[in-house]
Design a protein around this ligand. Structure first.
Ligand code: ASP
Length: 331
């Protein structure tokens, strides 16, 4: 009886394995949709990248690709954790940013391991940030902003998407650079923060150009500087000076986005998704949309899974001392 049970268990296990293998070979099954989890609110920069990518991936995979916003937690922890818990079948993926490189230093009791709980599917883009302010601010240039900040210490606030977000990281570096501490106002993404900034409920924010470009162009916010060492070539942003050239020597923050699956996906599914990502990165429509928003689509080897992983782990090492110095932790 025991032997029969063992054979049954082995049989069931083999059946499961065969299904995974067949499933991998068949991926993607016609009409079954692929979901891209965005760990921030709709309408923000990560959401923008994912929505543009979903269009290109749909063409490359030949199945619907939809975006699901699972916002909340430090650095989009809720969405990232949901991905880790999902079936490793290629139908649930995550678009995430630099938080993957700062999670281990910024979040205590992280419920997953950045190096072992994800399938790395390739990087998508590098995105500069801009320092922007509410339209009601009594200043318009960076020089005036700094003088105003110095005069109003303790009364100015800085919006962000919560701990371990790109906006928090940039704001943290800016405060350290100008040596002024500001109150921060966390949101579940920078889209709701942008609404409040435009409405004048918060004063300042640092955010990716993928969400700020259109607001700067429409003059709905004031722009004070771009966070890269070189000015951008995007028509809408090319006249915006860098913070570096405005006196903050060496100020340099670029936010990258990548595509992830939960650990354990069949190798051929990883390969197919990476091929679809690479095709998307060359899709002229995707490239045009991204470049129009100041993003630089990845053309180097970081679009390969192994190189993507190597890069993220190098970012974990790069940011650890910076974050430790700032002594900011989330549970
Ligand atoms: N820009 C956000 C951040 O600061 C995330 C988002 O809303 O996409 O991390």
């Amino acid at each position: 009886m025991k032997a029969f049970k063992n054979i049954l268990v082995i049989g069931v296990a083999l059946l499961g394995l065969t299904q995974v293998l067949v499933h991998g070979a068949d991926f993607p099954i016609k009409d079954k949709q692929v979901t891209l989890i965005v760990p921030f609110a709709a309408g923000g920069p990560t959401d923008r990248v994912a929505r543009d990518l979903s269009e290109a991936m749909r063409k490359a995979l030949g199945v619907p690709v939809v975006v699901e916003n699972d916002a909340g937690g430090p650095g989009g922890l809720i969405g990232a954790s949901k991905l880790v818990r999902s079936a490793p079948d290629g139908y649930t993926l995550l678009v995430h940013h630099i938080a993957m490189g700062i999670f281990p230093s910024l979040v205590k009791n992280l419920p997953f391991k950045v190096d072992t709980d994800f399938e790395y599917l390739g990087m998508i883009n590098d995105v500069p940030m801009t320092l922007i302010g509410k339209p009601q601010l009594p200043v318009s240039t960076y020089k005036e902003l700094k003088a105003w900040v110095a005069q109003n210490k303790g009364q100015i606030n800085l919006a962000n998407a919560g701990l371990a977000s790109a906006s928090q990281l940039c704001g943290m570096l800016w405060q350290a650079t100008i040596q002024v501490d500001m109150a921060t106002v966390p949101y579940k993404g920078t889209a709701p923060a942008m609404t409040d900034l435009i409405g004048g409920q918060v004063d300042l924010m640092c955010d990716q150009t993928t969400s700020t470009t259109s607001q700067i162009e429409a003059k709905k916010v004031k722009a004070f500087g771009v966070t890269t060492l070189k000015r951008l070539t995007t028509p809408a942003l090319k006249d915006l000076a860098t913070l570096d050239e405005q006196g903050e020597k060496g100020f340099n923050v670029t936010i990258w986005h990548g595509l992830y699956g939960p650990k354990g996906m069949p190798a051929d599914v990883v390969q197919k998704l990476n091929a679809a990502l690479k095709a998307s990165l060359k899709d002229p429509e995707f490239v045009k949309k991204q470049e129009g928003l100041g993003a630089v689509v990845i053309t180097d080897k970081r679009s390969d899974p192994a190189e993507h992983k190597r890069f993220v782990l190098s970012e974990v090492t790069r940011w650890a001392p910076v974050i430790k110095g700032a002594a900011v932790y989330a549970d």
